[in-house]
Design a protein around this ligand. Structure first.
Ligand code: SF4
Length: 694
């Protein structure tokens, strides 16, 4: 009937799962999300008509009966419902007391790559202006911080250089490594598979023969954590065969001689010894890449989550530069960013302890003045704060006493989570803001109920630097509020009236302060539903589809070769822990599973955690397919089901990261990359014991 139809609402919006940034119409009715339909293809630049199973069926978490609807305050170890006024008063009183007793820097703030750009900008503003603490960070620290650090040193911007459709979808050649693209970035993987089926070379180097490997023209199995060696070996072979792009190197780069010298020891034989890659495979791949007209270098956390993650990124960047695959269409460096808004919210908006929004220098007085002019005269703290994993150490050392966590779940996502849990228990005061009473929220003193992406306005920036609108299909559940509204209310409690009327006002402030977003406004995003790709410096700037056409983002316009010295995994298998554990994602789940574990359609496919074991190893250990096994490392022990399958070398096992039961980060280690502080999630040593049938 007409009355029924009139209550159905439609929002043209951007997916809240991965950073491909698919656009679609989200329908809602009576406070519930009904479903998703494709947008007009010319309004969905990353996906046309496609969505993956998470985009299409994954929004049910919004309707979950377990959503938080009111603030909660913990009293005598139990949560009780509270009004917003009461909850905000407690937050203000306790944080003020802690800061008075231990100083401003005794409090840390965590932001969220799931939240909008505007919310992430306000999160770091709350930390830096209101609380005057430098300790603000977010989960990008745990996924691609090494990408950002590596790319900033070499080419300048910590971001994908190219477009999804026009470049990744149309290139002549791919080198994909450390990315389970079909599971983690499904719609982007479809582009790659289609283009490979049409004749593009698809080279995949990975310890596991993951989905994209099945479609490869050349799949090569590598030993986990040894990537610098085969990348340096490829560069050496290309130079040795005179296949490098001399003109590009001469005109657009510096330090080539230094690189040449550093890679010289990576002979095919040495590479084989370190990585397991046969010399012929290495040479074939290197020659295919060097002779292709254009090549895309795609990677994700298999490259980044290592104690030498930044060096991995330097090594792959050197390969792209040596072959002249930057600054032109259909070529480029393509870090596949993970969460919906990790590029924008986790990176560009600067909720990070070492950089201001737009990657601006914390120690630059002019920049700090510029922020103070917008921030009621308050300058952001000048020195670096603590990086996320360091914050948990600081709690245990008695240096941090209070924490405000917006939309993150460190009890599952931090490495060696027994340590993280111990730290959270030690805190004098913890506020958690989320959609659900997550594993982390259980430790909180105050829980603030947040609105989902289906219930709020803002922007997300996808992995190709495209800033796109997020629009509400329904009202927030119960008394839940958007992170933006909560942050404004919190700031007000602390005496700062920010005075924004809408998310659009926040974007206006961002565009005044962040040069790469200088030309972004909601008016322009209405006119151009396909979004704007940064750098977009002023209102006449159409944005930048691919980077570095004229110059690299350094003062002299030149890219730098930064040679990567070899480093392997920190923990190697031994007699006691003879297997190498790798962690990662599956198609049907997302990160710590706070959303996807609440969607029946997704849980139906993968209801619980598991460990993949090679059939030969399973036989040796006496493990049957589908039985429960104990997996132990030096840090902890979990029980999960065994999936016996031939996916990797017999010495390598894999466990997904999405589950609270059998949480894989009980096993991982706290080894950090010295440059980016990313933990080494991808390699730990474990042993497996069968537990017999259920
Ligand atoms: Fe959402 Fe990513 Fe799937 Fe697209 S590919 S629908 S952005 S999860």
């Amino acid at each position: 009937s007409e009355a029924r139809i009139s209550r159905i609402t439609k929002a043209e919006t951007t997916c809240n799962y991965c950073a491909v940034g698919c656009n679609f119409d989200l329908y809602g009715k009576d406070g519930k999300v009904l479903g998703v339909r494709p947008s007009e293809p010319d309004e969905a630049p990353a996906n046309d008509f496609s969505t993956c199973v998470k985009g299409k069926f994954g929004y049910d978490f919004v309707n979950s009966p377990n959503r938080l609807e009111t603030p909660l305050i913990k009293e005598d170890g139990e949560f009780r419902e509270a009004s917003w006024d009461e909850a905000l008063d407690v937050v203000y009183d306790r944080i003020s007391e802690i800061q008075e007793e231990h100083g401003e820097r005794s409090v840390a703030v965590t932001s969220s790559s799931k939240a909008t750009n505007e919310e992430n900008y306000l999160n770091q503003k709350f930390a830096r202006q209101v609380l005057q603490t430098p300790h603000v960070d977010n989960c990008a620290r745990l996924c691609h911080s090494s990408t950002v650090a590596g790319l900033q040193q070499t080419v300048g911007y910590g971001a994908m250089t190219n477009r999804i459709n026009e470049d990744i979808g149309e290139t002549d050649c791919y080198l994909i490594t450390g990315s389970n693209t079909t599971s983690s970035h499904p719609v982007l993987a479809t582009r790659i598979k289609q283009n490979a089926a049409d004749g593009a070379d698809l080279i995949v180097f990975d310890p596991r023969k993951i989905g994209v490997g099945e479609h490869a023209s050349q799949y090569v199995q590598t030993k986990p954590g040894t990537d610098i060696a085969w990348l340096n070996g490829m560069v050496r072979h290309i130079i040795d065969q005179d296949l490098h792009d001399e003109e590009f190197i001469e005109q657009r780069t510096k330090n080539f001689e230094e690189l040449k010298e550093k890679v010289d020891s990576f002979t095919p034989e040495r590479v084989e010894e370190l990585t397991g890659v046969p010399p012929e495979e290495l040479k074939t791949a290197a020659e295919t890449i060097a002779t292709a007209d254009t090549c895309i270098f795609g990677w994700a956390m298999g490259m980044t989550q290592h104690a030498h993650g930044t060096r991995n990124v330097l090594a792959i960047t050197n390969l792209a530069l040596v072959t002249g695959n930057l600054g032109k269409p259909r070529a480029g460096l393509s870090p596949f960013r993970g969460q919906n808004n990790v590029q924008g919210g986790g990176g560009d908006m600067g909720p990070a302890p070492h950089t201001l929004p737009g990657y601006q220098d914390l120690s630059n007085e002019d920049v700090r003045e510029k922020f103070a002019d917008e921030w009621d005269g308050v300058k952001p703290p000048k020195d670096f704060g603590l990086f996320l994993p360091q914050q948990y150490e600081a709690i245990l050392d008695g240096d941090l006493h209070g924490m405000y966590i917006m939309g993150e779940n460190p009890v599952l996502s931090e490495p060696d989570i027994n340590e993280a849990e111990k730290a959270l228990r030690e805190l004098d005061f913890l506020v958690v803001q989320d959609l659900f009473l997550t594993e982390t929220a259980e430790y909180a003193d105050v829980v603030l109920p947040a609105a989902s992406a289906a219930e709020k306005s803002g922007t997300f920036t996808n992995t190709e630097r495209r800033i796109q609108r997020v629009r509400p299909a329904i009202e927030p559940r119960g008394d839940a509020k958007s992170d933006l509204d909560i942050l404004c209310a919190l700031a007000e409690r602390f005496g700062y009236d920010w005075g924004y009327d809408s998310a659009s006002d926040v974007m206006d402030e961002i565009s005044r302060l962040v040069p790469i977003y200088g030309g972004v406004s909601y008016d322009r995003l209405e006119e151009k539903p396909t979004g704007l790709q940064w750098p977009c410096r002023d209102e006449d700037d159409p944005g930048t589809p691919y980077l570095y056409e004229e110059e690299f983002n350094h003062d002299d316009g030149l890219a730098r070769f930064v040679p990567a010295d070899y480093a392997g995994p920190v923990e190697m298998p031994d007699e006691e822990y003879p297997l190498t554990l790798s962690t990662g994602r599956v198609l049907y789940h997302w990160h710590t599973g706070t959303m996807t574990r609440r969607v029946e359609a997704l849980m139906h496919h993968v209801p619980e955690s598991y460990v993949t074991i090679h059939p030969e190893m399973a036989e040796k250990l006496g493990v049957e397919d589908d039985e429960y096994v104990r997996v132990e490392s030096r840090r902890g022990s979990i029980v999960v089901r065994a999936h016996v399958e031939e996916q990797s070398d017999p010495g390598v096992v894999f466990i997904p990261m999405h589950f609270a039961q059998g949480a894989v980060n009980e096993l991982t280690a706290h080894e950090l990359d010295p440059t980016s502080h990313i933990p080494e999630y991808k390699v730990s040593s474990v042993k497996i014991t069968p537990l017999g049938p259920d």
